[in-house]
Ligand binder design. Structure first.
Ligand code: DGY
Length: 324
């Protein structure tokens, strides 16, 4: 009998075909809305594998219903949507898709650095709204990226990919991480600092750390107050790492210069949210890894992880290694 799989969103055709060759597949084929909780709860009852997205809460209540579940293959590097402890206790393997999205996410991080510092959206709107009357020395002037100081919070694979790009812009790189990275310090000239120094000295502060109970609200009022008035905050990790009310106040009062956010505490952020009224905020709909090539690679890697786990093997990207 073929193992049963539920896929919680439309995925690239080549990834789906690979699963269909060996599994009985049920899929939530709607790209616009996540699978409703009641549908998900029904679907997991019989499945051997769940192919999930970062928007699906795989919690105790869900796993309790999924008596046959052997693997949760998350098509994302982040896995904060899954209760790892419960999965491990129930012998469920959890996998993610690290590495393959680092460069694409670093590209978007840099896009946000450039867009915020050079006021790209403001300038584009200015032109389209017919406000451009003449060239003028101080018109729409912003901040330089070239030669500025970049502070990276969380020097993992994506942080390193951002730092490599920053080197090409002759930036001075500071970083804060749970552990020091001597290789990165040597290769990229990155300097390890405590959090306070990083916040005080950086022109750009990029959040690249995983979202955990420890990093929830890591950037709040106190941290924003430590930043330079000209500082720019970029978040392409997870929304909950930044306190959005504190950020709103800091941007509104011009305590910092701008922010670029690809992620929000609640996604999708409502269009009437106070943050979206600010001219010094560039907001994107969580598209850090959204290139066709990378999303296809992520989908295929999630398939490989899932099939290996179903075959009783150690999948390449097992997160809860103690489950073995
Ligand atoms: C992830 O994979 O966790 C990103 O947030 C989406 O690419």
């Amino acid at each position: 009998m073929k193992p049963k799989v539920f896929i919680t969103r439309k995925i690239p055709a080549e990834a789906l075909e690979k699963i269909k060759e060996v599994c009985e597949v049920s899929i939530w084929n709607n790209e616009d809305v996540p699978v409703p909780r009641d549908v998900l709860e029904k679907e997991v009852v019989e499945v051997d594998a769940l192919y999930s997205m970062l928007t699906d809460a795989v919690d105790e209540q869900l796993m309790e219903k999924a008596k046959n579940l052997k693997v949760v293959s998350n098509m994302a590097v982040g896995f904060n949507n899954i209760d790892l402890k419960v999965a491990t206790k129930r012998g469920i393997k959890v996998t993610n898709t690290p590495g393959v999205l680092s460069e694409t996410t670093a590209d978007l991080t840099f896009t946000l650095m450039l867009a915020t510092s050079r006021r790209l959206l403001e300038a584009s709107d200015f032109l389209r709204q017919g406000e451009w009357k003449t060239w003028s020395p101080m018109l729409l002037t912003g901040q330089d990226v070239y030669g500025a100081t970049l502070g990276i919070i969380g020097m993992g694979r994506i942080g390193e990919a951002v730092a490599r790009r920053a080197k090409g812009f002759d930036m001075n790189i500071l970083y804060h991480n749970r552990s020091r990275k001597p290789g990165t310090e040597e290769e990229l000239g990155a300097q390890y600092t405590d959090m306070e120094t990083l916040l005080k000295e950086s022109d750009f502060i990029c959040i690249m750390t995983p979202y955990t109970p420890e990093t929830h609200g890591l950037i709040g009022e106190k941290e924003l107050q430590l930043m330079k008035k000209t500082a720019i905050l970029i978040n392409t990790a997870r929304g909950g790492i930044v306190n959005e009310d504190a950020l709103y106040k800091a941007l509104k009062n011009e305590d910092i210069y701008a922010a670029g956010l690809d992620v929000f505490e609640n996604e999708p952020i409502p269009t009437d949210h106070q943050l979206l009224k600010l001219p010094n905020l560039v907001a994107l709909p969580h598209i850090g890894s959204a290139s066709i090539k990378t999303r296809t690679t992520m989908a295929n890697l999630a398939v490989e992880n899932m099939l290996q786990a179903l075959n009783g093997k150690v999948p390449p990207n097992l997160v809860n290694t103690d489950v073995m």
